[in-house]
Design a protein around this ligand. Structure first.
Ligand code: KG4
Ligand code: ZN
Length: 335
């Protein structure tokens, strides 16, 4: 079964074709980052217009890469939420129209399930059940994943998402938008012993997170050091996020009794966070799985894969075009 995947929930237009046993047959991505950078964040209307411009050419490109005409596609998966309503509607409408023209099924996929399943695109994929830490620009979730579609949310952020905290702190440091990758690069030059940020909410039981205080802590330090310690502040901020995530993951693993963990979403591309979580996993005797770097941030491949698993299991939807800007991960049907 060949599934065309379409991702348009935010500021990346992602298209891919997943071909079952043959794996990923095509994958292309267009990032709108430049378009939004002047505004310091994503402008929804500009994002929608750019998805309209880029989506059809990317689909054509993927079909050519796989050596396909339309008829070899057996199903289409698109991100139906959560995300920005305009961008979601662009992807959903094109997906449904193509499916109607080609007389094949189309299925709306949950963006965070896409992230969660991204490590399953790997040669050596994790088996269920596992604990999933999903860290992106909009979400920070700890999930007990029993099988595809059976997700119990056991922890989440009470304020900023992990990626949001990176972006806001990066903005304070003058690193532009989205600043996560730039902050991470700056942190590499920082002295890890100069400053110590708090590890929020680790002094009490529970699996929830709170990251907004770290940004305030960074702002105060920045003001008192008069811009002479940016790299050290970036390093101390990143170490605090990494440690906090590791502490909560260890608790989640102990609570669930699972011995496998998946870490996915844009922030899982962060080298410091990867090595801290690897070290924790080794100490605890569990195995941690990350997606390939290109599948950490938003992409069409993870949507094609999630849709493939669901379409293969017989999931179908009616013809109406429905998107869900807010859509809890534990409200989607199990496989
Ligand atoms: O998953 P994603 O591409 O989009 C959402 O679903 O939100 O995640 C984007 C987020 C942004 O906040 C970005 O700054 C962050 O992931 N990010 C990083 C890194 N790469 C992307 N944060 C820290 N370090 C990185 N290397
Ligand atoms: Zn995402």
């Amino acid at each position: 079964m060949n599934v065309l995947g379409i991702e348009t929930s935010c500021d990346e237009t992602g298209v891919a074709i997943y071909g079952g046993e043959r794996g990923l047959l095509a994958n292309s991505l267009y990032s709108q980052v430049k378009l939004h950078s002047d505004y310091g964040g994503v402008v929804p209307e500009l994002a929608s217009r750019d998805h309209i411009r880029k989506l059809s050419p990317l689909i054509r490109q993927c079909l050519a890469e796989a050596g396909f005409g339309g008829p070899q596609i057996d199903g289409i998966a698109y991100t139906a939420g959560p995300g920005l309503v305009g961008p979601l509607m662009i992807g959903a409408t094109l997906a449904r129209s193509l499916a109607l023209a080609w007389n094949i099924p189309a299925l709306g996929v949950h963006h965070m399930e896409g992230h969660l399943l991204a490590p399953l695109l790997d040669q050596d994929p994790p088996e269920f059940p596992f604990v999933a830490l999903l860290i992106s620009g909009g979400h920070t979730l700890l999930v007990q994943a029993e099988r595809i579609g059976r997700y119990k949310i056991i922890g989440e952020t009470l304020d900023d998402a992990a990626g949001e905290a990176f972006d806001k702190t990066a903005s304070l440091l003058g690193l532009g938008y989205p600043g996560g990758p730039a902050l991470s690069k700056l942190a590499e030059q920082g002295d890890p012993d100069r400053y110590h940020f708090p590890r929020p909410m680790t002094d009490r039981p529970g699996l929830d997170f709170s990251f907004s205080g770290l940004k305030t802590f960074a702002r105060n330090l920045l003001n008192s050091t008069h811009g002479s310690a940016e790299a050290d502040i970036a390093r101390a901020f990143q170490d605090a996020v990494a440690d906090t995530l590791a502490i909560k993951c260890r608790r989640a693993l102990q609570q669930s009794g699972y011995n496998r963990m998946v870490v996915a979403g844009g922030v899982s591309a962060n080298t410091g966070i990867r090595s801290t979580l690897h070290a924790m996993a080794e100490k605890e005797g569990i195995r941690v799985y990350f997606p390939k770097l290109e599948f950490c941030t938003d992409n069409g491949a993870m949507i094609a894969y999630a849709g493939y698993r669901r379409l293969l299991a017989g999931h179908r939807e009616g013809l109406e075009i429905q998107v869900h800007p807010r859509w809890p991960l534990d409200r989607i049907p199990p496989l």
